[in-house]
Design a protein around this ligand. Sequence first.
Ligand code: GUN
Length: 299
Amino acid sequence: MADIIDGRKIGDEVVATVKQATAELVAKTGVTPGLAVVIVGEDPASQVYVSSKSKKAKECGFHSAQHTLPADTPQDVLLSLIAGLNVDPAIHGILVQLPLPAHIDAGAVIQSISPDKDVDGFHFVNVGKLGTGETATAFVPCTPAGSMLLIERVRGKDLSGLTAVVVGRSNIVGKPMANLLLAANCTVTIAHSRTRDIAALARTADILVAAVGRPEMIKGDWVKPGATVVDVGINRIDAPEKGEGKTRLVGDVDFATASLHAGAITPVPGGVGPMTIAMLMANTLVSACRAAGVAAPKF
Ligand code: GUN
């Protein structure tokens, strides 16, 4: 039976470091980290994510500003809000919750965020820095950064000689995850919907990261014995066994069978999810430290 990687505990440790460093930053420089979270529309899942981000920011001692805009907000109104936040000295991190309504060009919005405040790590400047190994000055997307911390807890910081397979090629998770694993000296393959035999490829992985958004797709016999399995998926599925109309959250990995083969595995919920928010706090603190000209803690 695999070790269960406790993302809540490790996320809490990151948040504790952020809180302490924030108190020191305020005492030393008078600078309070500021995070602006922008949401357009009423998508219920996005609203839950956004309010937990704003709440955690307050818990860290940040200045937290939430901007909730109606679903029919014109793109130029959103762009001018961001332009204002880009030059607001009280704001060090800007997060625009995705997905955006269909009439808004999400790419244009993301690229309008100052790279210095892009705590999501989605701007081309930050994507390029990660891709070229400039991890010391890049903002790294929060979910892969948090996943990497979990992997390091199991395997250490240098992953030389290990084989990693990332299932999923999104810009938010799959691609940056692969770059982080490469920077840590793994031999990395990205698998996706057109990959021929994903099961056979997955079985070569010492580190298997699942980020496809398909409930319980990765089965136990896809997992190499002793592998470290990181499940990024959060899927809500029907759970008639809990009663009529009930649902439950599952990952992209079939936890019951995968945990029989893995050496260590993240659960859903309680694995990668809490790390994503924790790393958003870490990125915002780092941004504030850079603005104040003081060294930031390492995560
Ligand atoms: N929607 C789902 N994940 C994310 C994320 O990491 N950042 C933003 N901005 N939106 C998201």
